[in-house]
Design a protein around this ligand. Structure first.
Ligand SMILES: NC(=O)C1=CN([C@@H]2O[C@H](COP(=O)(O)OP(=O)(O)OC[C@H]3O[C@@H](n4cnc5c(N)ncnc54)[C@H](OP(=O)(O)O)[C@@H]3O)[C@@H](O)[C@H]2O)C=CC1
Ligand SMILES: CC(=O)C(=O)O
Ligand SMILES: [Mg+2]
Length: 759
């Protein structure tokens, strides 16, 4: 991707559809007057009074215990320098996003217009009652040291300057492992640290605790080597001043074993790398540009262990691996501090985790065949699902053992389970689906590839390794759009209307005619129809020339479903085609069916729809628990509609006892386990989380799914067609690129499953 395209993409990401990256979401009901009288006046006075009596109750009645302030004054933003508080906000919002997605910690990002230490400290102290922890970020040295020292001393909640300690923890774990791989002695390695700011000083201190020797360390700042004979050194720089006869970075690097870069981009040359000792370890951690680029470094030395702070290369040594999990552990035991013991526990836990076998999920996310401990994998990846249940317990234990935990944990299994639950967000299902597609990428026809967004979706599917697109449409338009998008890969482009495809059109036409000759179609018409992209695409799938297809972006649903019905038809045993939507609601993922096709399904249809949705939910890796919805519960109404549902339920209970289904049920009973258990203790859904909702008719299903989309802002995948004989999926008119990518993944995984069944 070109630099200008990357820049444009980054700006667009931040600007649209809503400016920024985080928002506040209420966690309590607020629907009724009664709810509001609890949420606010008069009910809110009760917790206020309880907290006034005992301040500790603030953890019981407010969000404080899970709320961290990410605070900066913008004086050392990444490696961009002093760009001010406003300009630091995207980074702080980004940290908020990472805290949330990796450790389920809520964040207010706070940008303070104060460079003076006293003013900064006073401001943070004044707002500290709101928070369970304070993450200081991107504040320049030496002020950062004093600010952190004072806040730690004066506050009784954990305070951590992330650039110091987060970075120190991660880089120490990575360095410990790297030195082990090259089989050198930690106490003898010669380390050059470039940068003498907040991050560099704190990292180097931690390396000493791991066994490195001060006499083997040379530190440089913007003026060169920090020597004992230099004037006006800050006390932190003086700690690492050397009396060796080296003056420049270039001299310092000769014969060194390790280079630690926490300064700024592109200050290290290939010559400097070449002058290092055998098997050099180079952590070029400046962001966004490392001290030397990954590609240049590995091209310069084959024996190197190379790491950067960036996510686009192996060995990302970045504090993202630390702060979410460190605060998670600290908050969960209500630690008053993040101390040296906790930091060391994190180093050891991270270093150890890198040596354990990597879950397949991580390989898939990072598009690796098989990651294993070694030169290109010295530290876990941020998307490693084990981080959330391996690192916080280590921190929490160390906090307890060092006496700073106010709420010790006694049941560690339960704690680990609660940590696993925290990572359960809606998008996990989508990630899982994409990962499944990547496992065995199948061919997929994008029947409307001459539309920019469709082509964008095809590009993502291709670039993320989910599938092998076949682009259908006007060739010259596709080529032009491809160039515009920088979609350089050589993927098949087919224009069904051209002479090039005459032979295939004839062949497809003939096959199609044979199936429709008694339904009023003559051979000429059949061949002519094959000029139409949806017919051509469907025939490709029918004839095994493609594994799957998606279409429908530019034409109304029904007009696209019709040719699919004619050409592809229903799967064995299917009486009716139906459709479901996967809704990623705030209560977790839920399938709704039939959302688009059958206006008034019979009991038999409903039973079949339930079974097909059950299969699909399993394809998404879910354990389906199905509620058949109505306006009545278990026969409380004798209406035809209620009877129809109860008949469908009985049919499945009788014939498919493995399917966990019950009803008829009202939606609130289906979704509220306490209500269900109280009123209907006999229900098969008791103690289960309902994740499939089958509706009595199209009206109710379609209305519900659209309401959820609008009101709950639930993301939706679908409608996904159930019951076709082949993996053909129909998009909604004008679907977004994300929606198309998700549907493509559905189509690909659908194709995989059918192939597996065939084998
Ligand atoms: N990968 C990661 O997880 C992290 C990376 N970083 C990166 O580390 C860098 C420093 O951050 P931080 O410590 O917070 O910032 P500070 O402002 O506290 O420190 C910056 C340091 O870099 C030094 N420096 C600047 N230019 C050069 C140069 N050409 N040669 C040698 N040293 C130089 C400065 O020297 P002087 O003292 O003379 O001004 C100063 O000591 C940034 O690029 C940041 O992105 C930071 C935290 C985490
Ligand atoms: C990663 C980080 O915190 C920094 O570069 O400042
Ligand atoms: Mg930072």
């Amino acid at each position: 991707m070109s630099e200008s395209r990357k820049r444009h993409e980054a700006l667009l990401y931040h600007a649209k559809p809503k400016p920024g990256k985080i928002a506040v979401v209420p966690t309590k009901k607020y629907a009724t007057q009664h709810d509001l009288s609890l949420a606010y006046s008069p009910g809110v006075a009760e917790p206020c009074l309880e907290i006034a009596k005992d301040k500790n109750n603030v953890y019981k009645y407010t969000a404080k215990g899970n709320l961290v302030a990410v605070i900066s004054n913008g004086t050392a933003v990444l490696g961009l320098g002093d760009i001010g508080p406003e300009a630091s906000k995207p980074v702080m919002e980004g940290k908020g996003l990472l805290f949330k997605i990796f450790a389920d910690i809520d964040v207010f990002d706070i940008e303070i217009d104060a460079t003076d230490v006293d003013k900064f400290v006073e401001t943070v102290k004044a707002i500290s009652p709101t928070f369970g922890g304070i993450n200081l970020e991107d504040i320049k040295a030496p002020e950062a040291f004093e600010i952190e020292r004072r806040l730690k001393e004066e506050l009784d909640i954990p305070v951590m300057h992330d650039d110091q300690h987060g970075t120190a923890i991660i880089s120490a774990a990575a360095l410990k492992n790297a030195v082990e791989i090259i089989e050198k002695d930690f106490s003898k390695i010669k380390i050059v640290v470039n940068g003498a700011g907040a991050a560099a000083i704190s990292c180097t201190r931690l390396y000493l605790r791991l066994g490195a020797k001060k006499e083997n360390i040379v530190m440089c700042d913007s003026k060169g080597v920090i020597r004992k004979d230099r004037d006006n050194l800050t006390s932190q720089k003086a700690e690492f001043a050397t009396d060796l006869d080296v003056h420049t970075l270039e001299e310092a690097m000769q014969n060194s074993d390790v280079f630690i870069g926490l300064s700024k981009g592109n200050v290290v040359s290939p010559e400097m790398l070449l002058s290092m000792a055998k098997d050099p370890v180079v952590f070029a951690m400046a962001n966004p540009e490392p001290e030397i680029s990954y590609d240049l470094a590995i091209a310069t030395r084959k024996d190197i262990i190379m790491a950067t702070g960036r996510s686009d290369h192996p060995n990302q040594v970045n504090n993202v691996l630390g702060f979410p999990f460190i605060f998670r552990g600290a908050l969960d035991v209500r630690a008053t501090k993040i101390n040296e013991e906790m930091k060391m526990a994190a180093v050891l836990a991270l270093a150890d985790l890198a040596k354990k076998s990597v879950p397949e999920q991580v390989n898939i996310v990072y598009d690796e065949v098989s990651l294993s401990f070694g030169k290109e994998y010295i530290i876990p990846k941020p998307f490693d699902p084990r981080l959330i249940y391996e690192i916080p317990p280590a921190i929490a234990k160390a906090a307890m053992e060092s006496g700073v935990a106010k709420e010790p944990i006694d049941d560690w299994d339960k704690y680990r389970e609660s940590l696993m639950d925290r990572s359960g967000t809606g998008s996990k299902e989508i990630r899982l689906l994409h990962n499944r597609a990547k496992r065995d990428p199948r061919t997929i026809v994008f029947a409307e590839a001459d539309h920019l967004d469709v082509l964008k979706a095809a590009q993502r599917v291709y670039e993320e390794g989910m599938g092998k697109p076949i682009l259908l449409g006007r060739k010259e338009v596709i080529l032009e759009l491809k160039e515009e998008l920088g979609f350089e890969a050589d993927v098949p482009i087919i224009d069904p209307k051209t002479d090039e495809e005459a032979e295939r059109r004839d062949r497809f036409g003939e096959i199609y005619w044979k199936t429709r000759q008694r339904k009023g179609i003559n051979l000429f018409q059949a061949k002519k129809l094959m000029r139409e992209r949806n017919y051509f695409a469907a025939m490709m799938v029918n004839e095994g020339e493609a594994d799957s297809l998606i279409t429908g972006y530019s034409r109304p649903y029904r007009t696209v479903v019709k040719p699919m019905m004619e050409l592809i038809g229903k799967d064995r045993g299917v009486t009716r085609i139906a459709a479901t939507n996967l809704m990623l609601t705030k209560q977790g993922p839920m399938f709704l069916a039939d959302t688009t096709i059958n206006i008034n399904p019979t009991a038999k249809d409903l039973a079949k729809i339930s079974q097909m949705t059950y299969q699909l939910a399993k394809m998404f890796g879910m354990k389906p628990n199905i509620a058949m919805l109505s306006f009545s519960n278990f026969g409380s109404s004798k209406s035809e509609s209620s009877k129809k549902i109860s008949e469908a339920v009985s049919y499945i209970h009788r014939n498919f006892p493995q399917v966990n289904i019950d009803g008829e049920l009202q939606a609130d009973f289906a979704l509220n386990p306490e209500m269900l258990a109280k009123e209907f203790p006999f229900s098969k859904l008791n103690g289960k989380k309902v994740n499939v909702l089958i509706f009595p008719n199209l009206e109710s299903a379609n209305i519900t799914y659209k309401l959820l989309k609008q009101v709950d802002e639930a993301e939706s995948v679908g409608p996904i067609i159930l019951g076709f004989r082949k993996p053909a999926h129909v998009l909604q008119l004008g679907a977004s690129v994300d929606e198309m990518v998700n549907m493509a993944a559905v189509a690909i995984v659908d194709a995989q499953q059918r192939l597996k069944r065939k084998k």
